[in-house]
Design a protein around this ligand. Structure first.
Ligand SMILES: Cc1cc2nc3c(=O)[nH]c(=O)nc-3n(C[C@H](O)[C@H](O)[C@H](O)COP(=O)(O)OP(=O)(O)OC[C@H]3O[C@@H](n4cnc5c(N)ncnc54)[C@H](O)[C@@H]3O)c2cc1C
Length: 400
């Protein structure tokens, strides 16, 4: 097998896939449309990492927990600068009834709950400077990472060539090779291709059916405060991160399919309001500032909040196949050597490293039973199959 691959998009998804493949002997060309890596959703000064569970969705919670455990252990071993990540806890403030239900829901699983989370009580609130009567959960191994430092670290490998200012506009198979064209008519050829371009996945003919919504998000920060601030990430409606790169970062807003690139004062106000319960003095201090810095970027979310990770169908073959043929999951019309990883929503730094590890195993034809389960869950073609009443087939593309 020729081990060369072109990856489109150099956010956390493209950079971590490049890393896993380079470490298994692949020559990777990583193409980015902007003038630097980590310029999209992955370019914020901080990303919080903690498991965000949902009530009554065991499959999602299992996937979340698996991703969280994998990613935190993996980042710990990467050799990142110690100032660029920390996993010494994260608190999520929740209504007491919700937090209790979530605990019960979670504890029905096979993992020892106490090792992952505990309900916050008065001593915990005091330790993390929240003197009000709040309820919620403390995730022991939650924390944060510096996204740009992480992406840079991942692509610093002799097998990875990063090329910026390369906006890919088309992908087609010519003479048995994937041929990618840029906006400036430059051509890249490769045996394998992976599309990791977040909310732009639908721009290519081969993947135009893979819908994502772009959610605009604004974060803000102030450079110093006269107060002692919490030493761990605290999330309520918004979050406050501990001091990093001399910034106290807080946010973030959500705006569906809103493509305004400018910082908005109304969003800054929303962000300030969202941290009132976390730290009232800090909230008041932010309100009194004349200007507050910030950044705007976009999340790519799927309708069911599950990312698209895996292969896609050959559209020509798919159109010709009958429903009963498609129900035989070993006959699905997959395109050879083309992969996608996108739609990580607001949890890219928890999901993307784990999912690209699994995707690299698929590309290397070394899938474990667990990997197969994950790819069944993230099957990018699930919507097309479900539309044909092939719900079971959609989640059983691999036998486990
Ligand atoms: C305000 C905000 C706060 C967030 N906070 C957190 C958080 O605390 N924790 C967390 O886990 N997640 C957080 N997220 C979500 C997280 O940032 C994303 O899930 C993650 O960055 C997605 O990574 P990605 O690599 O898939 O996409 P991106 O980082 O957006 O990377 C995609 C890249 O593809 C490039 N590209 C697009 N089209 C092309 C093309 N045609 N050719 C070449 N290149 C192309 C883009 O320029 C971009 O660099 C937040 C997101 C936002 C917006």
């Amino acid at each position: 097998m020729q081990k060369n691959i072109v990856i489109i998009g150099a956010g956390i998804t493209g950079c971590s896939l490049a890393h896993f493949l380079a470490n298994t002997g692949w020559d990777v060309t990583l193409l980015e449309s902007q003038d630097d890596i980590a310029s999209g959703g992955s370019g914020n000064p901080v990303a919080a990492i903690y498991p965000k569970f949902m009530l009554n969705d065991k499959a999602y919670n299992d996937f979340m927990l698996k991703s969280f455990m994998f990613t935190t252990a993996w980042i710990d071993k990467l050799g990142l600068n110690k100032d660029d990540y920390r996993f010494d806890g994260a608190i999520e403030i929740l209504e007491e009834a919700y937090s209790h239900k979530l605990e019960i829901n979670f504890s029905s699983g096979s993992v020892d709950q106490e090792k992952i989370l505990i309900s916050i009580d008065k001593p915990i609130l005091k330790k993390y400077l929240m003197n009000q009567d709040l309820s919620g959960l403390l995730f022991h191994r939650g924390g944060w990472v510096n996204p740009i430092a992480l992406c840079r670290h991942l692509v610093n490998h002799s097998n990875i060539k990063v090329l910026t200012n390369q906006k890919i506009i088309s992908i087609e198979k010519l003479n048995n090779e994937w041929t990618l064209k840029t906006k400036n008519q430059k051509i890249f050829k490769s045996d394998h291709v992976a599309i990791c371009n977040a909310a732009y996945l639908h721009q290519f003919d081969l993947t135009q059916h893979l819908h994502t919504d772009a959610f605009r998000g604004q974060i803000n920060w102030v450079n110093s405060t006269p107060f002692q601030m919490p030493s761990i990430v605290i999330c309520d409606e918004g979050y406050v991160a501990p001091l990093m790169q001399n910034k106290h970062i807080f946010g973030a807003t959500y705006g569906m399919n809103d493509f305004n690139k400018d910082l908005r004062l109304s969003d800054t106000k929303k962000n300030i309001a969202s941290i009132k319960k976390i730290h009232r003095e800090f909230h008041n201090y932010c309100l009194a500032q004349k200007t507050i810095s910030g950044r705007v970027s976009w999340r790519a979310s799927t309708k069911d909040r599950k990312p698209y990770v895996g292969r896609v169908f050959n559209n020509e073959l798919f159109k010709k196949m009958r429903v009963r043929e498609l129900a035989q999951t070993d006959q699905l019309p997959w395109l050879d050597n083309l992969y996608v990883a996108s739609g990580f929503g607001s949890r890219g730094f928890t999901f993307a490293p784990y999912c690209t590890f699994v995707l690299a195993n698929l590309i290397n034809k070394k899938l474990s039973k667990d990997d197969k389960g994950t790819l069944n869950y993230t099957n990018p073609e699930r919507y097309r199959l479900k539309k044909m009443s092939l719900k079971k087939a959609a989640s059983r593309i691999f036998k486990v």
